[in-house]
Design a binder for this molecule. Sequence first.
Ligand code: TXA
Ligand code: MG
Length: 327
Amino acid sequence: MSPDFARAVELLRAGQLVAFPTETVYGLGADAANPEAVARIFAAKGRPVDHPLIVHLYGHDAVDRWAEQVPGFAWELMEAFWPGPLTLILKKQAWVPSTVTGGQDTVGLRVPGHPVALELLRGFAADGGPAGIAAPSANRFGRISPTTADHVREELGDCVPLVLDGGPCTFGIESTIVDCSRGAPVTLRPGHISAAHLEAVTGIQPQLEAAAGTPRVSGSLEAHYAPQTHMRMVAGERLLDFLDAQGQQGVRCGIIGQSQPPLAGMPHLWCLLAADPVAYAHDLYATLREMDHAGVDLIVVEAPPDRPEWVAVSDRLRRAAGGSGSA
Ligand code: TXA
Ligand code: MG
């Protein structure tokens, strides 16, 4: 075990926080079986205590310690996608602290597909306890999730005694969340693992959680994953007119384009992201952060195509724009 892992495990056992990379985004981890440690996560993030956390496990052998009444389709999903960017919501075992579950009778579980996360979980599991690491994304509440160790330090600074650096995250947006506690799969948060992937494995078409009502998932709040700078989404065909008008009013825009190549002679900052949704997702949060730092007046994102493979990216963009930022 390299020194950082040893220190990380020591800190977790002592009830302290450790930030670590996953294949989606960086997580802010604490011993999920220790309510005082979990309380430190909420304090560091400034997160409301009724928002449940995902418990990260080393492997699906540990699922029965945390969850009960696990339906067959949930086991099929674990077999197919773990380790990987999929979180399953399951009925919790009675002992599981309500600090972790936000007072709900369910618990979110995931085995992350990142070697550093897995090595940390393996080391933490070695003492034979229930060995789950509760970890939300390592950002302040409502802000953009971090996809590098530097982003974590920028977000949380001295609140985290140790940040394990595993380089930039592969996927760059958070895991797909599937509620398996209601008899049939319900997608609570879209991600890299799509509805088509889920259906191919279970033979059941997952339902999409209705947006209305009290959020069961904090990421389902309309304003979330948000940069500090105001942000608008604009359809590709309206983009140039929109920018022209902004320029005339003296508004300097940071543009996240996709199909439109950068245009010379505009007073704006232009960033072109990939036309492929996986590559786009990989760069999205880092680009939003860059735009935030660049001191532009308005971030303008060219709306991505209205196609199933763009659902997860569109979801994050819509929330980053505060739920009302389309133009
Ligand atoms: O990719 C990810 O999922 C990352 C990495 C670090 O694993 N984690 C992450 O955590 O995005 P967080 O806390 O930022 O988002 C997890 C979401 C929250 O919106 C939370 O409400 C939801 O999972 N969640 C956790 N347990 C739940 C439960 N029992 N019922 C419903 N939603 C739950
Ligand atoms: Mg988050």
